[in-house]
Design a binder for this molecule. Structure first.
Ligand SMILES: [Zn+2]
Length: 95
């Protein structure tokens, strides 16, 4: 049975397993007893980490519609941007 996510008005989120035919739109919260609405959440089809899957999704997306910019973003003209925002990296020798 798939897991469904519910959230009450207090913000408590809990999961409950129901069959896809019998899943209710709301359940009573185990903490406060208030009706908790079913949330729309992505199905957990894999145990892989979300970081790995977000990378896979980004790679698939960039293959079909790569993010192309038409102009550089807004910035101060005449001043070259640092490569890294970390101040410790400023002390490293430049190429
Ligand atoms: Zn609650």
């Amino acid at each position: 049975m798939p897991l469904y996510e519910f959230r009450c008005t207090d913000g408590t989120t809990f999961e409950a397993a129901h069959s896809m035919v019998e899943v209710p739109d709301s359940l009573n919260c185990p903490d406060c007893g208030a009706p908790a609405r079913r949330r729309i959440s992505p199905p957990r089809l894999s145990i892989a980490g979300t970081a790995a899957y977000s990378l896979i999704d980004a790679t698939k997306r960039s293959a079909h519609s790569p993010a192309v910019v038409s102009s550089p973003g807004p910035g101060k003209p005449g001043r070259q941007r640092a490569y890294s925002p970390n101040p410790l990296h400023q002390k490293l020798p430049r190429q």
